[in-house]
Write a protein that binds this ligand. Structure first.
Ligand code: ADP
Length: 507
């Protein structure tokens, strides 16, 4: 339905992205693109998603897959014949760009045997080339992360001077740590003159200036050249303005830099309809949640209640879950400490995570060996969508102890499934979780928050959460019902994006 005034101005938006859930999802980026596109479509806008035709895309999850045209797109002195297909996936129209060279071949989205940076540079130009040959002129081209940032430069300095006049560019940055470090010689393969961009006010990588002036940052170029820049939470916006080497360029462009909190896909994450759950539940009845908890406990060989205890909630063991990529950003030492602390406090904890680093993998394998036969901790080093749904449903608490977190989805998903969040106050976590003991915030308080990156800080929040659970079962129940009703859907966020689109579009 067309709700806000914003939406009287219908917009054609083309996302140009490396990821899209569910067919090409690696992390939060994929979820965001799909969630935002779906919300804008349902508000009446026209949305297409342009994606590389990765060889590994599951074709069975796409319908109406048709070749629409073949064109040549420039790369490194050659014109590469390139196919463009249309398809629909998960109700969203996609345009798939398939070069006839090695790019995007292989069994995975990232980490193929081709040069990834050059492949995405090629993809940026091929998307513009496609628009030019087909006469497609959307109001907004929405690019994401370093992978598609270079499109802004190619648009304003090349294709806008040719035939594309109408589009304006919006860039969303999901994680500032990945900034598209690029050698001048690589950048030149796009057809742009890299010397022009190797200056402090354009795309030179200032972090290495003096050491290596030969490097550019595609993300920085995107910040300079896009009409609007968005990051994924208001707190992360503030953090990125006050620290990190990109802060000076973000300060310079402060007027066009916005923080918009991501939403979650409430169709996919809905405990009342979730096909992965052994029993569904909603705010009218939490019986299903109790069944999910016992199901998970039994499945993992954890006791369902204290030996000899009654069935009163006070005698049940609190179940904490932590579902995350096991990388430094996520606070690995705090996750390790939480395992210890939960055990000391007599609770239960399940970690579901995958490590991409051998050392981290080994460390957590060691912890798994130590704990997985015991009565309270389970460490599962796999990626499982299905298990993640069951764990959010089973959990009393969801732990997100990140060192930094641009937005974070786990705390929002957890709340929708009645799991009380315990988080570090950073980035999007600070914008979505408010401490139960903060008297000034009582209306919105919904979890337990700590500040420091030390173990004591974490313990202070965990101890309070577990004490609240066992000492005040009735209040805990109220809290669970309250967090399940918080609206973290895409609708709010989409309205903010639409007003950003309106503020930059050509009239
Ligand atoms: P990031 O994008 O940095 O990984 P987010 O919190 O934005 O962090 O998104 C993480 C998403 O990935 C959440 O939906 C979370 O449930 C999911 N996830 C992380 N690790 C796993 C895993 N091992 N198995 C299943 N889902 C996972």
């Amino acid at each position: 339905p067309l709700s806000a005034d914003n939406d009287s101005n219908l917009t054609h938006i083309v996302h140009v992205t490396a990821e899209m859930a569910p067919i090409a999802k690696v992390g939060g980026l994929g979820d965001v693109v799909t969630g935002l596109a779906r919300a804008c479509l349902s508000r009446g806008h026209t949305v297409d998603i342009m994606l590389p035709f990765y060889e590994c895309l599951p074709k069975q999850q796409m319908t109406e897959l048709n070749l629409i045209c073949t064109f040549d797109s420039y790369h490194d002195g050659n014109w590469v014949p390139t196919n463009a297909y249309r398809a629909v996936t998960s109700g969203i129209p996609v345009i798939l760009i398939e070069p006839t060279n090695r790019f995007f071949k292989g069994p995975r989205i990232y980490g193929g045997s081709y040069d990834e940076l050059e492949a995405y540079l090629f993809f940026c130009r091929a998307c513009l080339e496609y628009m030019q040959v087909t006469g497609t002129q959307p109001d907004i081209i929405h690019v994401h992360e370093w992978q598609t940032s270079a499109l802004s430069l190619l648009y304003w300095d090349m294709y806008h001077r040719l035939s594309l006049k109408k589009p304006r560019i919006v860039l969303t940055i999901h994680n500032m740590e990945h900034y598209g470090e690029c050698r001048k010689e690589q950048f030149g393969k796009s057809g742009l003159d890299s010397d022009v961009y190797a200056t402090a006010d354009k795309a030179v990588d200032d972090r290495t200036i003096g050491h290596n002036p030969e490097r550019l940052s595609l993300l920085k170029g995107g910040i300079v050249y896009s009409n609007a820049v968005v990051t994924v939470s208001p707190s992360y916006l503030k953090e990125t303005l006050s620290s990190g080497w990109l802060s000076s360029i973000l300060i310079k462009y402060r007027d066009k830099y916005n923080g918009v909190l991501n939403g979650i896909d409430t169709a996919l994450w809905n405990p009342a309809t979730d096909p992965f759950l052994p029993s569904k539940f909603d705010v009218q009845s939490l019986d299903g949640k109790t069944i999910c908890k016992e199901y998970v406990q039994r499945g993992l060989g954890l006791p369902t209640k204290d030996v000899g205890a009654s069935t009163h909630v006070k005698d049940k063991k609190p179940l904490v879950v932590c579902i995350t990529r096991l990388v430094a950003q996520k606070g690995l030492h705090l996750i390790r400490h939480a395992i210890k602390r939960v055990e000391e406090l007599g609770g239960q904890m399940v970690v579901l995570g995958r490590a991409s680093n051998g050392q981290v993998q080994k460390e957590f394998e060691g912890l798994a060996t130590l704990h997985n036969q015991g009565p309270s901790i389970r460490i599962l080093l796999i990626y499982s969508e299905e298990l993640s749904h069951m764990l959010y449903a089973a959990a009393d608490m969801v732990l997100v102890p990140s060192i930094y977190e641009p937005c974070g989805l786990a705390q929002m998903i957890g709340m929708r499934y009645g799991a009380v969040p315990i988080v570090r106050r950073t980035g999007g976590l600070a914008d979505t979780v408010f401490d139960m003991d903060d008297q000034s915030n009582h209306e919105i308080s919904n979890g337990f928050v700590f500040e420091g990156i030390d173990e004591k800080s974490l313990s202070s929040a965990m101890d309070r959460a577990l004490a609240f659970y066992s000492d005040k079962p009735d209040e805990w129940q109220k809290l669970v019902l309250k967090i399940m009703q918080i609206d973290n859907s895409w609708n709010n966020a989409a309205a903010k994006y639409v007003s950003i689109y309106n503020s930059v579009r050509a009239h």
